[in-house]
Write a protein that binds this ligand. Structure first.
Ligand code: ING
Length: 313
């Protein structure tokens, strides 16, 4: 028996600072409609899919900073996307900057949501691995101020029963850390969806700039294979506000193979049929955690190395 899920990865080209949410939503809608025509069940949009990636520049005023965030989800600007999901019976993943009030104070997160075919929000995730810095670095060609603009996510890495399988989310830099995949792998995840905004140039380590594309796929392919899950990565690509960002959006099978990939740096949709039962064959053989990954072995190893529990429990 196969559990086929038809998944679209919807890469976005640059979003300019001057572009309205409404104009961006029209771009998202165009790809959602195409995905619907191609029989997709779920479409994956990038991280920060409603605005330019504003952590790339220093913002002095709190009022301007807040203007890049969504205070409600859905809201008037993105409502057409939710309505189209309902009309087309196509779910979607969307990354955006979330501004909320919790514990009596203003909270800002780099957030993503999973929306079902009925247009209702199934789950929300807030980015845990925030790269970059908490203060502007003079002299850099661009900034990465996620530690300044966002709090570390407080929603853990849940896995939801949805679309006939077990679905999880992570965001951008999370994909470079094996723990993110493994926490969901331990919950039986079968499809991890994520978006990313990844500059070609890394000011902190320029000598790796030519490896950016290789590292991008390396981490997602490894995470997919080592946890017997599909991984879908959707890029915000191209030169956005002077920052050249990688594309390479892709759909990766539990084998670690890339089964579909974007080849431009603009708005581009690619669709693949994902048989979630492929995950089962990996989870019951090579990566049968119950049989081959014994917690008592890890305690022995970590006690000797003093490395602390591998997942920092
Ligand atoms: N962006 C980048 C990413 O992790 C980065 C930051 C770039 C880290 C290059 C390391 C190397 O893909 C975000 N938004 O996390």
């Amino acid at each position: 028996m196969s559990r086929i899920l038809t998944v679209g990865v919807a890469q976005l080209g640059p979003i300019s600072r001057a572009e309205s949410r409404q104009d961006v939503v029209l771009r998202l809608l165009a790809m959602l409609e195409d995905a619907g025509r191609m029989g997709s069940d779920l479409v994956v949009f990038p991280e920060a899919a409603l605005t330019a990636f504003f952590p790339h520049w220093a913002i002095e005023s709190e009022q301007e900073l807040d203007s890049w965030f969504e205070t409600q989800m859905p809201n008037a600007a993105v409502q057409p996307l939710f309505e189209a999901a309902r009309r087309l019976r196509v779910g979607f993943h969307l990354g955006y900057a979330e501004l909320t009030r919790e514990d009596g104070r203003k909270r800002r997160f780099n957030t993503s949501i999973l929306v079902g075919k009925d247009g209702e929000i199934i789950g929300k995730y807030r980015k845990i691995h925030l790269p970059g810095y908490d203060a502007p670095r003079p002299g850099e060609p661009f900034q990465n101020l996620e530690k300044m603009y966002f709090e570390v996510g407080n929603l853990r890495w849940p896995v939801w029963e949805a679309f006939g399988g077990r679905i999880g989310m992570m965001i951008c830099n999370d994909r470079r850390w094996p723990e993110a995949y493994r926490v969901m792998g331990l919950q039986g995840v079968e499809l991890i969806v994520l978006g990313y905004n990844t500059p070609v140039h890394n000011p902190a380590m320029p000598q790796t700039d030519d490896l950016g594309n290789f590292h991008n796929h390396l981490v997602m392919q490894a995470g997919a294979y080592q946890n017997g899950t599909f991984v879908v990565g959707a890029a915000k690509a191209g030169v956005e506000e002077g920052v050249d960002q990688i594309g390479q959006s892709c759909i990766i099978a539990p084998s670690g193979e890339i089964i579909s990939q974007c080849t431009t740096l603009g708005d581009e949709l690619q669709v693949a049929r994902c048989d979630l039962d492929l995950c089962t064959s990996y989870k019951t053989s090579i990566f049968n955690f119950a049989k081959h990954r014994r917690p008592e072995h890890y305690r022995l190893i970590t006690e000797r190395t003093g490395a602390g529990d591998v997942l920092g429990r």
